[in-house]
Design a protein around this ligand. Structure first.
Ligand code: EPZ
Length: 425
């Protein structure tokens, strides 16, 4: 198994370019199932989740090829409408094929994704949306089957107990884009990735309005056509590198990002005491001097992102004073905290949703294990400032989003290596 070995203590310096957004690329790739003509996608991040999504699409008969950094997808000859357990269990986002397959072929069978490291993560809102559009949905043998004569526009509210659902908003929006009539999604999620999927579909001939607001209106079309499209930058990768610069007291310019999508993080870091400059597509961070503890609540966009909560907790773990971080989306998002405390952080979990962090002077390197994608970045950032060596196992979580994160960090001066360790868990 591979692991990261990090020798902490180097302030990061220089510039780093951000890749395309994983969470926009995944549904955009899945939505190509709606389209009978080839599509060319630019700036697709080559993290492992994208390769899992491509395997799902290939299983369905969709052809894919790379032309340098561009991905060409051709779903003109779909041979199956069933996404099997072996692939869906690897990545929940495989569930994104359900809406497009039902819309274009009137039938789809997709394995239920089950729980994951972050908590329960049900799919009831996806199903509620597809049922509202007229799909008959059945659950049998661990699979969900959708059947419809032709999807019909309807009004549907996609708010759940933990806020509006990103995945359900996207799945229903994709399905409604080829249907009869008008669909209104109420209490839609507003994440930039949803706007990107809608912009892509509109470029293919869909008629979607209101994306990025709580009410999305989709006028169904008969067919969509092929196009070329470039994915937005990954705001979570950008935010992670910004926090990496701050935690190491470094001086990093994060390039090819969209600062507009990082407003809440930037405001919080300013409150923390960080000197940040932003331009149209970059953010520069000056070395940190005096910092203040923070009280943060992670929630749906435009609130502070739950995906940036773990690296932020690493930063607050070395910030003098008491900070509080409240998670509102996932019931198991603090899985990485016990590992962070192995590095010397002083964090008390009051319950599944609240962490009280007492800043310590110094973290110390130790062997730790990653539990999920962003939990792994919390450990990497902690390793960058810990005294001595930190060994991080299970970095296959990191590789799901980040394309060789160690290369980008090494270019900024970090001492981080990917090594193969047959004894690593
Ligand atoms: C997306 O997950 C992202 N994944 C997550 O990023 C991200 O953390 C999350 O949105 C929140 O921003 C992708 O885009 C692939 P939700 P998603 O549906 O769509 C509950 C990463 O590492 N819910 O907005 O699955 C759910 O349990 C990942 O890149 C229902 O109750 O999130 C959660 O509490 C981690 N019923 C809340 O809603 C449903 O049918 C929000 O989940 C669906 C969701």
């Amino acid at each position: 198994m591979e692991k990261f070995v990090i020798k902490g203590g180097i302030p990061l310096k220089g510039s780093v370019e951000i890749s395309g957004a994983k969470n926009a690329a995944l549904p955009i790739v899945a939505s190509c199932l709606l389209i009978e003509k080839p599509v060319l996608l630019k700036r697709i991040p080559k993290g492992n989740d994208i390769f899992t999504m491509l395997k799902v699409l290939n299983t369905l008969g969709c052809k894919s090829s790379w032309d340098k950094e561009n991905l060409i997808l051709d779903a003109s000859n779909i041979t199956s409408t069933e996404a099997p357990y072996d692939l869906v269990k690897k990545m929940r986002a495989s569930y994104y094929v359900l809406g497009p397959l039902t819309a274009r072929f009137n039938t789809a069978k997709v394995s239920l994704p089950g729980g994951c490291a972050l908590g329960q993560r049900p799919v009831d809102l996806h199903i509620k949306g597809l049922r509202a559009l007229g799909a008959k949905v059945e659950f049998k043998h661990g699979y969900v089957s959708c059947k419809a004569k032709r999807l019909k526009g309807e009004r549907v509210n996609l708010k759940g107990a933990h806020g509006s659902s990103v995945g359900a908003t996207i799945n229903v929006m994709m399905a409604a884009s080829i249907s009869d009539g008008i669909t209104i999604i109420e209490e839609a999620a507003m994440e930039p990735e949803i706007v990107d999927v809608a912009n892509f579909l509109n470029k293919c001939g869909a008629n979607i309005n209101g994306m990025g607001t709580p009410i999305i209106k989709i006028k169904g079309k008969k067919k969509l056509h092929g196009t070329e499209y470039s994915i937005i930058p990954d705001r979570i990768e950008a935010g992670t590198f910004i926090i990496a610069s701050v935690i190491t007291k470094g001086n990093v310019t994060v390039k090819k990002c969209q600062p507009e999508h990082l407003k809440t993080l930037i405001n919080l870091l300013k409150e923390h005491g960080v000197d940040i400059h932003k331009g149209k597509d970059y953010v520069s961070i000056s070395p940190l001097k005096n910092t203040k503890p923070l009280s943060i609540q992670a929630g749906p966009y435009p609130s502070f992102s739950t995906d940036l909560q773990p690296p932020m907790v690493s930063l607050l773990s070395v910030t003098p004073g008491n900070s509080t971080v409240v998670e509102t989306i996932f019931d198991n998002r603090f899985m990485y905290v016990p590992e962070l405390t192995r590095l010397g952080a002083d964090i008390k979990l009051i319950d599944r949703y609240t962490a009280i962090i007492k800043g310590v002077k110094q973290l110390s390197g130790a062997p730790v294990m990653a539990s999920d994608i962003q939990g792994s970045t919390a450990l990497i950032l902690a390793g960058l400032i810990a005294k001595g060596e930190t060994h991080i196992a299970r970095i296959y979580h990191t590789d799901r989003r980040y394309v060789q994160i160690e290369k980008k960090l090494t270019k900024l001066g970090a001492r981080i290596e990917r090594v193969t360790d047959p004894h690593a868990p």
